[in-house]
Design a protein around this ligand. Structure first.
Ligand code: SAH
Length: 221
């Protein structure tokens, strides 16, 4: 049985408190705050960690990967939406599917790519149980994007490459926006890249220092 609502440390009240902290840290977008309030983060982590799931910290999800810190999920989602409505979104790095769940509430359709099959299968199962029916999954190296479904109004990347992958830039719709951490293991920055509405040219803003797991090449075995 899925304990969607949770009790004690995983209750809706605890979740509201988290959203209060996000607001206090400057997250303003109401749709984002609402989505974060509705998403049962405790179900995306191992049961043994559930009591920590509404603290604003990253947590391990197995295979050396992490579920992003809630503030980072909120910030990236807000930055993505600030460019205008996102109908079709592409996410690189499904992980446990938490960011995917938030995006699925903010966009019409989410395409999500993960290189570790085991993580994506688990995420897919949970997101289905939670009722999300607007997500497509691909098990692949996300650096290549998902050409057969391009272009995307929004691209959100949750693992850091050293350089912005050219395929992702190419698959961004005119007027579309990408939020992506870029850099090496100990120095990364969050970039917001907007494609000109005519299609030619990109505007890039370099924002805060961040820390994400590295974007790795190829599918994991
Ligand atoms: N959004 C996720 C964050 C997971 S961490 C969450 O909230 O849980 C980043 C994820 O990116 C990891 O699962 C990792 O396996 C994946 N990843 C790393 N490099 C990748 C690549 N080249 N293609 C697809 N996924 C990748």
């Amino acid at each position: 049985m899925l304990r969607r609502d949770g009790i004690g440390m995983t209750s809706p009240r605890t979740r509201r408190r988290l959203v209060g902290r996000l607001r206090a840290h400057g997250i303003r977008n109401r749709a984002v705050l609402e989505a974060m309030e509705k998403t049962p983060r405790h179900l995306f982590v191992d049961e043994a960690l559930a009591h920590k799931s509404y603290e604003d910290i990253a947590l391990p999800i197995g295979r050396g990967q992490t579920i992003s810190q809630p503030f980072m999920v909120a910030l990236m989602s807000e930055r993505l939406l600030n460019g205008g409505a996102v109908k079709k979104a592409l996410e690189i790095g499904t992980g446990c599917g938490y960011q995917t769940a938030v995006l699925a509430q903010l966009c019409n359709w989410v395409y999500t790519i993960e290189r570790i099959d085991e993580l994506q299968l688990r995420a897919k199962k949970l997101l289905f149980q939670l009722g999300y029916r607007n997500i497509s999954y691909l098990s692949a190296d996300g650096a290549g994007g998902w050409a057969s479904n391009k272009p995307f109004d929004g691209i959100l990347v949750t693992a850091a490459p050293r350089e912005v992958p050219a395929a992702l830039l190419a698959q961004l719709a005119p007027g579309g926006r990408m939020v992506i951490p870029v850099g090496g293991a100990d120095e990364q920055e969050l970039r917001v890249i907007t494609r000109a509405s005519g299609g030619s040219g990109y505007e890039e803003r370099r924002r805060e220092a961040v820390r994400f797991v590295p974007m790795l090449r190829g599918r994991a075995r």
